[in-house]
Design a protein around this ligand. Structure first.
Ligand code: ZN
Length: 107
């Protein structure tokens, strides 16, 4: 697959993922009408989406550059990763085999 195709596919996947995360967050995470038990289920779903975000982010080469965030950092326009930091909720090793379900401690 050529770079343009990869980039387009990744952007599409990330946009869909961000919409899903927003939906769960807006409708269920701060909803006082649902039980604590249900809220925990939605919290877990949100965490799993976060894991998918991180996985997709590993494939991003930040082709479109960065935009300024409110706290004056630079975030990738595609994946949202902050420029110059590695501590973006690291669950997956940056190099080597990605093994889901195993927590990796940052070095
Ligand atoms: Zn990026």
């Amino acid at each position: 697959m050529d770079r343009g195709k990869v980039e387009k596919e990744l952007k599409g996947q990330l946009n869909a993922l961000f919409k899903s995360m927003d939906f769960v967050s807006k409708n269920f995470l701060n909803n006082e009408k649902i039980s604590k038990r249900e809220a925990q289920v939605f919290f877990n779903i949100y965490q799993q989406l976060g894991l998918a975000w991180e996985f997709l982010g590993l494939q991003c080469s930040h082709w479109d550059g960065y935009k300024r965030t409110r706290d004056k950092k630079e975030a990738c326009k595609i994946c949202g990763k902050i420029n110059g930091t590695d501590d973006f909720y690291i669950l997956l090793p940056k190099k080597g085999l990605k093994k889901l379900g195993v927590k990796v401690n940052p070095n």
